[in-house]
Design a protein around this ligand. Structure first.
Ligand SMILES: Nc1ncnc2c1ncn2[C@@H]1O[C@H](COP(=O)(O)OP(=O)(O)OP(=O)(O)O)[C@@H](O)[C@H]1O
Length: 273
């Protein structure tokens, strides 16, 4: 279960990117975050694993309060959170298999990973997962020889290899054509069911959210203004999300101090950790 309580992010610039966002995700569901550019979708996803430090509020994954963890504890806990983020670039000069196995780096020891020695069960899981994402036969291809959609599938396979409790996906379709976008969303929805893991996807295309999500969260100007199944996302709700909110889904407003955006450093740590 993922829970955010009164999550708020005010960047050092004074931009209030999240304003009192409280959400509980229970069980296996595909959750799509929608909203106009600048609404706070990426900030929300990054606050969950503290790539961006929330200014105030709590984030819980099962019984662990992520927002209360020390940096080393957080590094360990992030093993449980799979991330398919564009900037978690795949390593271009490595093969598909090497990239997918890097999803296990958090589990094998430092020396093992340096020598790229992975246990047999990890290799077997990698083969199964590549089959699952439609990339069987591509194991030894270098990633720089793949199409955008294939790369996205490698990123998904890598995240699945972590055996995460939660999968966070940031704009998976932004550089893909409509047909490939559809296929990638379909894959993510299937992965959620197959692996019994909830998936939170930040997505621009509302029609894809409507088609593949079980639940849609609509952000407008940092506030949660819609939370419901696709069937309830009617024109009035879309107007609320895309043309400014008059009220929000959530509790009372709170204020907080500015916090550092430690994106780059944390991303590096996570990628290597
Ligand atoms: N590192 C940062 N420093 C200062 N302000 C930021 C930073 N990152 C985001 N913001 C601001 O926070 C707000 C929310 O941005 P965010 O990227 O979360 O929105 P988004 O909904 O994901 O937008 P998009 O769909 O365009 O990616 C915006 O006003 C943005 O300018």
């Amino acid at each position: 279960m993922l829970e955010t309580k009164n999550l708020e992010k005010v960047y050092q610039t004074g931009d209030r990117a999240l304003d009192d966002v409280s959400v509980t995700l229970d069980g296996t569901e595909v959750v799509a975050m929608i909203g106009p550019s600048g609404a706070g979708k990426s900030t929300f996803i990054r606050c969950i694993n503290r790539l961006v430090e929330p200014t105030s509020g709590d984030v819980w994954l099962d019984d662990v309060e992520l927002t209360a963890l020390s940096k080393p504890e957080l590094q360990r806990e992030r093993r449980n959170i799979g991330m398919v983020f564009q900037e978690y670039g795949l390593v271009e000069r490595l093969t598909v298999m090497e990239n997918v196995l890097s999803g296990r780096l958090g589990y094998v020891g430092f020396w093992q990973s340096l020598r790229r020695k992975f246990p047999p069960d990890a290799i077997e899981h990698a083969y199964e997962t590549l089959e699952r994402v439609g990339l069987r036969g591509y194991e030894n291809k270098r990633v720089d020889a793949l199409s955008g959609g294939q790369r996205q599938r490698v990123g998904i396979a890598r995240a699945v290899l972590q055996r995460p409790k939660l999968l966070l996906v940031d704009e998976p379709t932004s550089s893909l054509d409509p047909e490939t976008s559809h296929a990638v969303m379909e894959l993510l929805a299937e992965i959620a069911v197959d692996t019994d893991v909830p998936v939170v996807i930040n997505i621009h295309e509302v029609h894809l959210a409507e088609e593949f999500a079980d639940r849609i969260l609509g952000l407008s100007d940092g506030s949660l203004v819609f939370d419901g199944p696709p069937a309830e996302l009617d024109e009035a709700a879309k107007t609320r999300v895309y043309q400014g909110a008059t009220d929000s889904v959530g509790a009372s407003r709170s204020t907080g101090e500015s916090a550092d955006n430690q994106l780059s450093q944390d991303e590096l740590l996570t990628k290597n950790g």
